[in-house]
Design a protein around this ligand. Structure first.
Ligand code: B12
Length: 209
């Protein structure tokens, strides 16, 4: 049993055995971050199969549940450095988008790093984000966007924050499959990260600014 087997369990939607396999790898001394990578590679392959009509919506749903089951085991082991700032981070998946696995992984890792997070969930309207930033004096907004169709909502959030007079006091960082640094900047965000581990590092830098 190695990391490739964990990847294959995601691809094969083996929800019954994935938790014990992850636990076994942890007990054997595998690095939690390598395990997260192995799980994510599995999800990427699931996405590829869905795109090629080898998997359908039912498989996507089961893959999501399998990933969540595996992550529950992994979560307590993903501890990182001590907190540097206590000002909260407002996190949400953009309006029209219900994907939350990546966002939830990012949030777990931020919390493990000692940071406070206000989780606004999925399909989040811009007004809710503005309100949360105003109420909590958050310095960072972390947005997840997985769908090409709705990723432009990032620009809508940026505009709403600007119109509310809050844009100068808050940094926007985004992530999700269809994005890149170039796209993120084009949509008005300050930063982008392709994964949660690097995302936490970048958010810490943004909090220091
Ligand atoms: C699981 C899944 C679902 C599940 C979601 C379950 C859930 N609770 O989240 C379900 C079945 C509900 C679903 C539904 C749909 N999905 Co879907 N889904 C996926 C899949 C296979 C995996 C996503 C995932 O969880 N990955 C694992 C996590 C860990 O990775 P991640 O989300 O990318 O997050 C990581 C990084 O991106 C980053 N990150 C994420 N957010 C943020 C935010 C910040 C601030 C930072 C710093 C970092 C960061 O950190 C994370 C950890 O490292 C992807 C394929 C893919 N390649 O992404 C398709 C995919 C995203 N889905 C797709 C589609 C088309 C749909 C549907 C429209 C299908 C349909 N016909 O109904 C619906 C849309 C529903 C909606 N309105 O949202 C397409 C999108 C295509 C596009 N470019 O627009 C994809 C790419 C599949 C494909 N290849 O076609 N889906």
């Amino acid at each position: 049993m190695d990391l490739t087997d964990v990847t294959n369990m995601i691809i094969e939607l083996d929800i019954d055995n994935v938790a014990s396999a992850v636990q076994e790898q942890i007990d054997a001394g595998a690095k939690p971050q390598d395990l997260l990578k192995a799980l994510t590679i599995g999800m990427e392959e699931v996405g590829r199969r869905y795109e090629n009509d080898e998997y359908f919506l039912a498989e996507l749903v089961l893959a999501g549940d399998t990933m969540k089951t595996a992550f529950e085991i992994l979560k307590p082991h993903l501890k990182s450095d001590a907190a540097i700032d206590k000002s909260p981070i407002v996190a949400a998946t953009v309006k029209g988008d219900n994907h939350d696995i990546g966002k939830n992984i990012l949030i777990s890792m931020l919390v493990s790093a000692g940071l406070e997070v206000v989780d606004l969930g999925t399909d989040c309207p811009p007004e809710k984000i503005v309100e949360a930033v105003r109420e909590t004096n958050a310095k960072v907004v972390a947005l997840s966007a997985l769908l090409t169709m709705t990723m432009r909502e990032i620009a809508t959030v940026e505009k709403a924050l600007r119109e509310a007079g809050l844009r100068d006091s808050v940094k926007i960082i985004v992530g999700g499959a269809p994005l890149s640094m170039e796209l993120a900047k084009e949509l008005g965000a300050d930063d982008y990260s392709p994964d949660a581990i690097d995302g936490v590092k970048r958010i810490k830098v943004l909090l220091e600014k």
